[in-house]
Design a protein around this ligand. Structure first.
Ligand code: ADP
Ligand code: MG
Length: 637
């Protein structure tokens, strides 16, 4: 299904590679694409099977991994080798998850509590990144099988509350699976995109995305303005979802069967069977009033439910919507409390929400939909399949990145400031952090020395005032500047970040037209954790940095004045009286001393004094070039 296009202008063939959208879920994962002919997102699936791949990895005795439905079959019977919910471990240390240790039926390694968790199966260790990569590999293979073309590029979604470490871990898992992860986007943003929200040019709205999946619940309040999705707040419960509904149903039936939970734990086969029936009951009740299951069907030698048949009050497992709703009411109530908190954090009232988007398989439960719609006071958007909606939206984003949807750009923001090194090693920020991209900023600089023919352009990323504390991205020399007095050349430096996040730096001397440019990937080689560390450092050192910057600025100005004055004296000795010469020499010496002492206030005073002394004769010999330099704008060496 790969498309081949012909560029009409050049006549050349263009093969546009399919970029897929992936929902890497806690419970289920899936792949979606924009159908090349239908031009709308579709979830990929083999004939007659579901698009959903359970996010479960099973390892056999030889360490071979299987993923999906097959692995799910081992959940109860081989809990030590069957890893579910690996997403919960992404970017976490054991300390982060130890309070929920009971949740994991497999071995989560706890010998080094600070480092990232690993899972032990047999004598092998797997990081959550390894585990997620197994799932992604499976998704990639399925997609390739269905599309009959290699799949190497993807957009992957993560919960809005994922921190940098968790996002980076997801990116790494993609890389490990052989995928070039073009972008990580928030699940609620993806879900909104699947509904076409934010795709209209002047669309401005506030959206609540309610996502109730298998094991997690979250609600996000988003604001869309001009194609920019801003997360105003998120709330939720990472241990609340459809699996809990299943558990409540099982507990309800156990009472009827006359079994305790402990007895169930000792019979893995029965536990497995009951869990499957409970989930089936729950799904059935989303569209029916009554569920009935004839346990006689289980009368096979393998099943052990029948061995308990004598204890059953009825031969059927039965559940009505009415009973089910009573069971889950407290859980639904919890999610509504979260919605309320999310609104509070966003500083909004329920009536401020324009659109409510339902995400996650568990929102198929009518009682859930009703509660959410009652809370927000309007009908919810549930027309897109809730367990596919995130992947479908990721496909929409993928299509935009592929350049197939040129009408609009999804904007991103820069994680760190970008700037140039100026005199004294100071960082001159051109694009502040959190700027929306694409963006373009230009600024003029000039030379520092007479006849200076080259200028070093050093590009840095970071929040600190001195470039030595930031990260150097690139450097180049603008050469061939025609000989001019210091301060006369006008060098315009432009920073342009395109929609792919590529920074292009151009330097041009405006009087002569000499030009040079370079391309850099600002994020390249910098992990999200490093970005976070750089931001933290900038906060910790903010006070020192301000003082250092003030000193460097004073020193640079002082040094400039000294150079210019010296030059002036040698050139114009005839214009200056002996007294003036002496006073100037003294003032220069005092300033030089202040600079050596690195005393900012003293440097400023002495600079001022030198200025006072030289003003009369400087005025007498007005030299355009010198006065230009003495204004001392941004000057670089
Ligand atoms: P996640 O985002 O955590 O990967 P999903 O969005 O795929 O999870 O949701 C999975 C949950 O949805 C499971 O608990 C599943 O039982 C539940 N679910 C799926 N279909 C239905 C349905 N028709 N009615 C009720 N719950 C459903
Ligand atoms: Mg999900």
């Amino acid at each position: 299904m790969a498309k081949i296009g012909i560029n009409i202008a050049t006549g050349s063939l263009q093969q546009s590679e399919m970029i897929v959208g992936i929902d890497l879920g806690t419970t289920n994962s899936l792949v979606a694409i924009i159908h090349p002919e239908l031009k709308r997102p579709i979830a990929l699936k083999e004939h007659d099977s579901s698009s959903l791949v359970p996010s479960i990895v099973h390892f056999d005795e030889y360490g071979n991994a299987s993923v999906g439905e097959v692995a799910k079959g081992f959940l109860e019977t081989e809990p030590q080798n069957t890893i579910f919910s690996a997403k919960r471990l992404m970017g976490k240390s054991y300390n982060d998850v130890k309070n929920n240790a009971g949740f994991f039926t497999y071995k989560v390694i706890d010998d080094n509590t600070e480092s990232l968790v690993k899972v032990q199966v047999g004598n092998q260790f797997y990081s959550p990144i390894d585990l997620s990569s197994f799932i992604l590999k499976e998704l990639k293979q399925r997609a390739e099988h269905i599309l009959k073309t290699p799949v190497t590029k993807a957009v992957i979604t993560v919960p809005a509350y994922f921190n940098d470490a968790q996002r980076q871990a997801t990116r790494d898992a993609g890389k490990l699976a052989g995928l070039d992860v073009l972008r990580i986007i928030n699940e609620p943003t993806a879900a909104s995109l699947a509904y076409g929200l934010g795709l209209e040019k002047d669309d401005e709205r506030t959206i609540a995305v309610y996502d109730l999946g298998g094991g997690t619940f979250d609600v996000s309040i988003l604001k869309i303005t001009n194609g920019i999705f801003e997360v105003l707040s998120t709330n939720g419960d990472t241990y609340l979802g459809g699996d809990d509904f299943d558990r409540l149903i099982i507990q309800h039936w156990l009472k009827e069967i006359g079994l305790t939970e402990d007895e169930l734990h000792t019979n893995k086969q029965l536990a497995q069977t009951l869990r499957l029936i409970a989930e089936e009951a729950k799904k059935h009740l989303s569209t029916n009033e009554v569920f009935e299951f004839d346990t006689a069907i289980l009368n096979t030698p393998k099943s052990s439910l029948t061995t308990y048949n004598l204890k059953l009050k009825t031969p059927n497992l039965r559940l009505t919507t009415y009973d089910f709703n009573l069971l889950i009411a407290p859980l639904i109530e919890k999610t509504i409390t979260s919605c309320n908190n999310a609104l509070k954090d966003a500083g909004l009232a329920a009536t401020d929400i324009d659109t409510i988007v339902m995400v996650g398989g568990s929102t198929r439960v009518p009682a859930v939909k009703n509660a959410v719609s009652a809370f927000f006071g309007k009908p919810v958007n549930d027309s897109v399949n809730p367990d596919e909606v995130v992947a479908l939206g990721a496909a929409v984003q993928a299509d935009i990145l592929a350049g197939n949807n040129k009408d609009f750009l999804l904007l991103d923001i820069t994680p760190l400031s970008l700037g140039l090194e100026t005199m004294g090693g100071l960082m001159d920020v051109l694009i502040p952090r959190n700027s929306k991209i694409p963006t373009k900023v230009g600024r003029q600089y000039t030379t520092y020395q007479d006849g200076q023919s080259g200028m070093r352009i050093s590009v840095f990323q970071g929040e600190r005032d001195l470039v030595k504390d930031n990260r150097k991205l690139a450097e180049f020399n603008l050469t061939g500047i025609p000989g001019m007095p210091a301060g006369l050349p006008k060098v315009e430096v432009n920073f342009l970040i395109n929609a792919d996040g590529i920074l292009v730096v151009t330097a041009k001397e405006l009087r002569s037209g000499v030009q040079q440019s370079i391309e850099v990937k600002p994020q390249y080689g910098l992990t999200d954790a490093e970005v976070e560390q750089m931001l933290l450092d900038s906060i910790t050192h903010a006070k020192d940095d301000i003082q250092t910057r003030a000193l460097v600025e004073a020193r640079t100005e002082g040094e400039q004045i000294l150079t210019v004055t010296e030059k002036f004296l040698t050139k114009n000795a005839n214009l200056i009286s002996k007294d003036e010469m002496l006073a100037t020499a003294n003032a220069m010496q005092a300033l030089q001393l202040a600079i050596t002492m690195e005393d900012k206030n003293l440097i400023q005073t002495k600079t001022e004094e030198l200025n006072e002394v030289t003003r009369p004769f400087a005025e007498r010999a007005m030299d355009a070039a010198i006065s230009g330099a003495m204004k001392g704008q941004n000057i670089m060496g």
